[in-house]
Design a protein around this ligand. Structure first.
Ligand code: PLP
Length: 373
């Protein structure tokens, strides 16, 4: 197994907890805290930060994100969170009255609840937890299907949907694909040149580390021209000279036309530093490590007769329960012993990141054995 113990010094929290809760919120690396503090000092000691400096931060962050996803800079825009990305996408598509949307009813609510109130179009439901997602899509798809909206990695089970097959299908039948990537990006490799997604949304705070309140919306440049361009804010236009406020401006011809006003610069500083950090370690290394660590965890839990959710290709998340044991009790006992995990739908959700060690997993297993004696 790869060894990332060198990087544990970035996470002082690891001295106090066995932190296995990255699908909820990850801890912030020290280097990110430092970068944010530097920008905070600008607010404290400089007040007005020159526009060019803000623009440079924006563009550097955009470039790093684009490189990380193997996309183009022009395809990336910043949003506050996953939900804002999803709502933005719904406003961009020209739906006809008879169109339909295919959505997983067990997506995380951020990618499910917005469609409930979206009564312009028919909704057709599938389920990620039932598995064989492409087969289910094919069953309800017709030529009026305009959008398929899915979570890449399921927030509870850790199931990774087959993105390539689904995206090839949507492309072939000319239907938009919207993916919520928040439970995969930062843990698993994604290559947007290889996989034809139209819209990818992702907030930070989980596998990408905090701060929260900053997120990404990727829009495939092939479809940018086709989208509705109503409701554009003032920074959706090209600004070069603030001495010419009233002169007509050109609409940006990139996804950035959706960035309506002044940005969350502290969030951008954090996002840039975090993605740079993940790139330094290498996302392929992180994916390989997480898959072997979670597979090891599954094997150990199965030895203890835990039921594990089906994960398909897997991810950084696993969900486990013992039918004859109260999960709430077990969860609370583990929390009392300084483990950080989540309880979701009566399953223990365990989500390590690259900084966790096999020793910590063994420690978790030994604690469970003691508790269940
Ligand atoms: C799959 C998924 N999407 C979205 C979110 C959060 O959405 P937002 O970034 O809009 O708060 C979560 C949070 O747990 C999630 O698991």
């Amino acid at each position: 197994m790869l060894d990332f113990s060198f990087y544990r010094k970035e996470f002082p929290i690891l001295k106090n907890y066995i932190y296995l809760n990255n699908a909820a919120t990850a801890p912030m690396p020290l280097r990110t805290k430092k970068a944010i503090e530097n920008w905070l000092n600008k607010y404290v000691y400089e007040g007005n930060i020159p526009w060019e400096e803000c623009l440079q931060l924006e563009e550097e962050t955009r470039k790093i994100i684009a490189d990380f996803l193997n996309a183009q800079k022009e395809e990336i825009c910043f949003k506050r969170n996953t939900s804002e990305g999803i709502l933005t996408v719904l406003n961009l598509i020209n739906f006809d009255k008879n169109d339909n949307i295919i959505v997983a009813k067990d997506n995380f609510p951020a990618n499910f609840l917005p469609y409930l109130k979206y009564d312009k179009v028919e909704k057709r439901y599938i389920s990620i937890l039932k598995g064989d997602v492409l087969k289910q899509i094919k069953k309800v798809f017709n030529k009026k299907t305009k959008l398929v909206a899915l979570d890449w990695v399921h927030f509870l089970s850790g199931y990774q949907i087959p993105l390539k097959e689904i995206s090839d299908f949507c492309k072939k039948y000319n239907c938009y694909l919207l993916i919520d990537g928040i439970q995969g990006i930062g843990a698993l490799k994604i290559d947007l040149k290889e996989i034809n997604i139209d819209f990818l949304v992702c907030g930070s705070g989980k596998w990408l580390f905090p701060p929260q309140g900053i997120g990404i919306l990727y829009i495939n440049k092939e479809i940018l021209k086709k989208l509705k361009k109503s409701c554009v804010g003032w920074l959706g236009y090209e600004w070069r000279d603030f001495n010419k406020i009233f002169t007509k401006k050109k609409l940006k011809n990139s996804a950035a036309f959706l960035e309506e006003g002044t940005k969350n610069y502290l969030g951008l500083v954090g996002l840039k530093e975090n993605v740079r950090f993940l790139m330094e370690i290498g996302i392929e290394n992180i994916e390989n490590y997480l898959l072997s660590l979670t597979n090891y965890l599954i094997t150990r839990l199965k030895e203890l007769f835990f039921e594990i959710f089906e994960r398909n290709k897997g991810s950084g998340i696993i969900a486990a329960k013992r039918k004859d044991k109260d999960s709430q009790w077990l969860y609370q006992e583990l929390i009392n012993r300084n483990f950080q995990i989540s309880l979701r739908e009566n399953y223990l959700r365990i989500s390590p990141h690259f900084y966790n060690t096999q020793k910590e997993i063994d420690n978790l297993i030994e604690t469970i054995i003691l508790l269940m004696k």
